[in-house]
Design a binder for this molecule. Sequence first.
Ligand code: DAH
Length: 363
Amino acid sequence: MKNSQKVSKLAELQNSTMEKQLNTLQEDALESLKKINNLEKLKELEVEYLGRKGKLTEILRGLKDVPAEQKPLAGQLSNKVKTIISDAIEAKKQEIERIDVEKSLNEGFFDTTAPSTSSQIGTIHPVFETLTEVENIFSQMGFTIADGPEIESEYYNFTALNIPDDHPARDMQDTFFVEQTQHPEHGHQVLRTQTSPVQIRAMKEHGAPLRLIAPGRVFRNEATDASHDSTFHQVEGLLIDKDISIAHLKGVLEQFLTRLFDKKVSVRFRPGYFPFVEPGFEVDFSCLICEGKGCRVCKHLGWVEFMGAGMVHPNVLKAGEIDSEKYQGWAFGFGLTRLVMMRYKIPDIRLLTSGDLRFLKQF
Ligand code: DAH
C-alpha cells in the first residue's frame, strides 16, 4: 500500500471511530434523559455529557488525531450532537418545571410571589440597538425624531418629492402597491420605498426652521440576496433654516460618524442625482478598517459608500409649504441596515429579519 493510501485509510478509520463514538454518546444521553425526573439529576446528566470534563470533551480529544481535511466534518458532527443533547436537556427541564408547578397547584398551594423558575431573557435587536444610538447622537445635536406612515400615498412617496409620474425613479425603487382604490389627488397607496416622504409631512406640520431625523422601515419589491432584502431600515435627515450650506452637513455627519464608531471618521462628497435635491451628492466615509489607506473591505478605495444627500429642491420646499426664497436646507438618507451590518460584520442582510435565535442571541 502506498503511503498516501495508508494515510487516507487511517483517516477514514479515525473519522468513523469518532462518528461511532459520537452517535453512541447521543443515543446514551437521550436514553438516560428519559429516566430523569428532577432538576438535580438533570444538571448531573448535563455535566456528565456536556461538561468541561464530560464525555463529549473526552471524545473531542481524539479530534487532534483526525487528519486536517477530515476535521471540519468531524467538527460539524460533534456540534450537531452537542446541539441535539442540549436541546433535549432544555426540553426536559421545561417539562420537569411544568410538572412541578402542576403538582403544587394540585396540592393547593402555589406561591405566586416566587420568582419564575425559567425565564428566557431576550436581547436587543442589533438594528434597534444601533438606531437608539443614532437617535441619541442626533438628539444631542438638536435634531428631533420624526415619524411617518409605512403605508404611504404615491403623492408623498414620489410626487411631492419632485419625482414626476413617468420618472424612471418610480421603477428604480420597485414598489409594492397596496391594492386599493386610487385617491383622486394622492394616487395609489404604496409601501413607502424610502423615508424621504417624512420630509414633506414634517415641513407641512411644523414649518421652518426644522432639524429632524426620520428613521424607519422601507420596502422594495426586489429579489433578495445577501445584501438585498425587501424590508430594511433607513434614516432620513432634514435641516431647514436660513443661511444653511453643505458645510453644515459635512460637520454634522463627521461628528455623527465619529461618535457612532468611536473613532475619527471623515466624509467626502461626490456628485449624485436624486430628484428631490439640487445639487445632489453621494456621500462616502473613510474606511473604518484601514482608515483610508485601502483594504479588502473598502475594495481598496479607502472609502465606503454611505448615503445620498443634497440641498433640498425648491419644488420639495414648495410641496412642504415652505418659502424657498427665505429658507433653504439639506436632506440626507442612509441605510441603517447597512450600517448595522458593517458595525457588527454581519455577512447576510436576511439574518436580521430571520428571527433565528442562534443569530439573535449573539447580541
Ligand atoms: N431616498 C433616497 C433613497 O432611498 C436616499 C436619499 C438621497 C435621501 C438623497 C435624501 C437625499 O434625503 O437627499 O435612495
